[in-house]
Write a protein of this length. Structure first.
Length: 265
């Protein structure tokens, strides 16, 4: 190697060394460890939710959509860099709207089912919720199990897994409501004998409305997992959401959110 070549080589080496030293150390984050999730970072995705399902999603006194699911989305956003535009919509038809591209995702206490998975993709499970029976306190000894619902008037939210399961497995007289809170009001008004719904949501409604004089009876009838539903044409979003979920579980953020809305995990 000539002297000139050695000199040029040393200058280049010095420049590279200075650049390396001046670059700040990378901070490990969950931001998309693969190409697909990297592609999602910085993008804004439209997310449908039915904000009538406390404590998962509901409208607070200031008119803001809040709840467990919204806090989960916010935590995922901070971990991955993806952004969410939340749209309040009816539950009935929400998955068809997602499939058609009206939304990029749905975060609305959505149970993962084989039927739904045919038209949308689901994230890794982030919550386990089972269906439970709610009755008026005065009837807690009369209705204690699923078989007691046969021939009774039972309220459900239209199109939910509670609606589907009750229809397939009992001889109950089913009344369907657009919002589960309306079913609880009907129960308190003696228009229903019971309500069949996700246990954690029912517990929150009962706790927040003691004047209804309603209680849960028996054990969870089903074992169900919630997932964030994603349009099948958005694989980068699905991967980014799973990366974010894993990160907030690993660093304790998920447990903090759970404790905020449900108590100690």
């Amino acid at each position: 190697m000539s002297r000139k070549a050695i000199y040029v080589f040393m200058v280049l080496l010095l420049v590279v060394s200075i650049a390396a030293c001046s670059k700040p150390a990378a901070t490990p984050t969950a931001t998309a460890s693969t190409g697909q999730s990297l592609a999602a970072a910085g993008q804004t995705y439209k997310v449908g939710t039915n904000a009538e399902y406390p404590p998962f999603e509901f409208v607070d006194d200031s008119g803001k959509i809040v709840g467990f699911d919204l806090d989960i989305l916010d935590a995922i956003s901070r971990k991955t860099g993806i952004k969410f535009e939340i749209v309040n919509t009816r539950w009935d038809g929400i998955f068809v709207a997602l499939q058609s591209g009206e939304f990029d995702a749905v975060a609305s206490a959505a149970t993962i089912t084989d039927e739904r998975a045919q038209i949308v993709n689901f994230s890794d499970p982030y919550f386990n919720a089972g269906q439970m029976i709610a009755v008026r306190i005065e009837d807690k000894d009369k209705i204690t199990k699923v078989s007691d619902l046969d021939g009774k008037k039972v309220g459900v939210q239209l199109g939910t897994t509670g609606d589907i399961w009750l229809t397939a497995n009992t001889k109950a007289e089913i009344s369907r409501y657009d919002e589960i809170t309306l079913a609880f009001q009907a129960l308190a008004n003696r228009d229903l004998d019971a309500v069949f719904n996700d246990g954690p949501v029912s517990a929150d409604i009962i706790r927040s409305n003691p004047e209804m004089k309603v209680t849960l009876v028996g054990s969870p009838v089903t074992d169900e997992f919630y997932g964030i539903a994603v349009n099948k044409g958005k694989p980068e979003l699905l991967e980014a959401i799973n990366v974010g979920l894993a990160a907030i579980r690993a660093d304790g953020t998920y447990d903090q959110i759970y404790q905020k809305w449900f108590g100690t995990p």
